[in-house]
Write a protein that binds this ligand. Structure first.
Ligand code: AMP
Length: 397
């Protein structure tokens, strides 16, 4: 199969779907360029190989037409600085002028197209729109992992116009390699740590993981649906009343599959959802009315740390408590530190999902994790065992 390492880019126009959906301040300055930097290895490889990258992306959520605050033009100066060369900008992602610019592009020159989502056809996955994008180039490279679970024109449909000349960029290749290692080739013991607000968001991923893991650690707000289902007293904690049966069913499946489930034994409770609340530590199933569980307690943290330190593969998704508030951040912080220590001792760890990635960054532990995924929704769907349209479009012949 052709890939970015073995493809001959000399003289080729290369349509690259990147994720330049970066945050901008009110003066249109980029406040976090992580996503742009993540695409640089792919762009540089094409340039060094003698090709001409034609970059396309979305930015924000425009209402199907031009809006200045969502223009990708704001990205041009910084991208030029990072690449050390001029980046040409096409004011529309399709149309005769853009085709002319693309046609005139020389080997080693880079061009960026205006926001794809200024056209409603992008999100609709419109075939004619995809055909117009395809006209611009000889090769298609998808390196936008964050949108790989969407069947949009630029992420999926466009691939059919390049049956022999389509491939992943380095970012997607890397994401797939790391996720596949955890899903299909994990060293045991394999521990999954699932946190976050709601069990309903994590059902499919938990079901898929129960086929693969040795230990499942449950944390965060979803804990209380499990605790209530087992007959515990949860006070005013977050609960999904309609998921009590499901919680019991998941625990039963775990038992059948010999997966050891770690629910918290103790927790930090508060009399208000606020950093100024009164707090105390109680058993997780003895929460008085008027109080709510907002973080893991010390005994739980100790046990979870031991489980993590005894693991060879660790997957973490979702915080252990309301870590945005300092008073309820300890559980999440200690899990992040334990994963860092286990990783230093030789385990492989994969962290994914917006909030756990935010926690890892908050505690400056990104470099101490095995791999931190860049795609929230896409990562979740892949771990649920789904085939992502953007991945399938490249893999199928
Ligand atoms: P998710 O997006 O599903 O991963 O959930 C993340 C959110 O869950 C974060 O904003 C946390 O503040 C929240 N969360 C974690 N633990 C609790 C809890 N015990 N009660 C309410 N919300 C929680």
């Amino acid at each position: 199969m052709k890939n970015i390492d073995n493809y001959d880019f000399i003289g080729k126009k290369v349509l690259v779907r990147v994720d330049f959906n970066v945050p901008l301040d009110e003066n249109y300055h980029i406040t976090d360029d992580t996503r742009i930097r993540a695409a640089l290895p792919t762009i540089k490889k094409i340039l060094e190989g003698g090709g001409s990258p034609i970059l396309m992306s979305h930015l924000g959520r425009p209402k199907d037409a031009y809006e200045k605050k969502f223009s990708l033009k704001h990205v041009v100066p910084h991208l030029s600085a990072l690449l050390g060369r001029e980046v040409k900008f096409a004011a529309d992602c399709i149309g005769p002028e853009t085709e002319k610019m693309a046609g005139d592009l020389k080997s080693g020159e880079v061009m960026l197209l205006e926001n794809l989502r200024f056209h409603a056809e992008e999100k609709k996955g419109d075939e004619d729109f995809a055909a117009q994008l395809a006209k611009l180039a000889d090769v298609y490279v998808n390196d936008a992992f964050g949108t790989a679970h969407r069947a949009h024109a630029s992420t999926t449909i466009v691939a059919k116009f390049f049956p022999e000349d389509k491939m992943f960029g380095y970012l997607i290749e890397n994401e797939l390699k790391n996720m596949d290692k955890v899903l299909h080739n994990p060293e045991h013991p394999f521990t999954a740590i699932m946190g976050g607000a709601k069990v309903s968001d994590k059902i499919l991923i938990i079901e898929n993981l129960l086929e693969r893991v040795d230990n499942l650690v449950i944390g965060g707000g979803m804990v209380y649906t499990f605790v209530k289902a087992r007959g515990g007293k949860i006070g005013n904690s977050l609960v999904e009343e309609d998921k009590l049966d499901l919680a019991l069913r998941l625990l039963n499946i775990a038992k059948e599959k010999n997966v050891k489930v770690y629910l918290p034994v103790d927790n930090v409770i508060a009399d208000d959802f606020s950093n100024d609340a009164n707090t105390k530590v109680t058993p997780v199933d003895e929460i008085p009315d008027g109080w709510m569980g907002l973080d893991a307690g010390p005994d739980t943290i100790k046990t979870v740390r031991e489980v993590i330190m005894n693991s060879k593969t660790i997957l973490w998704n979702g915080p252990m408590g309301v870590f945005e508030m300092e008073k309820f951040a300890e559980g999440t912080k200690q899990v992040a530190l334990a994963i860092a220590d286990a990783t230093a001792a030789g385990a492989f760890s994969l962290v994914g999902g917006g909030d756990s990635v935010a926690a890892v960054n908050k505690y400056n532990l990104k470099d101490k994790m095995g791999y931190v995924s860049t795609g929230g929704g896409a990562m979740m769907e892949y771990m649920e065992g789904k085939e992502l349209p953007g991945i399938k479009a490249i893999r199928e012949s």
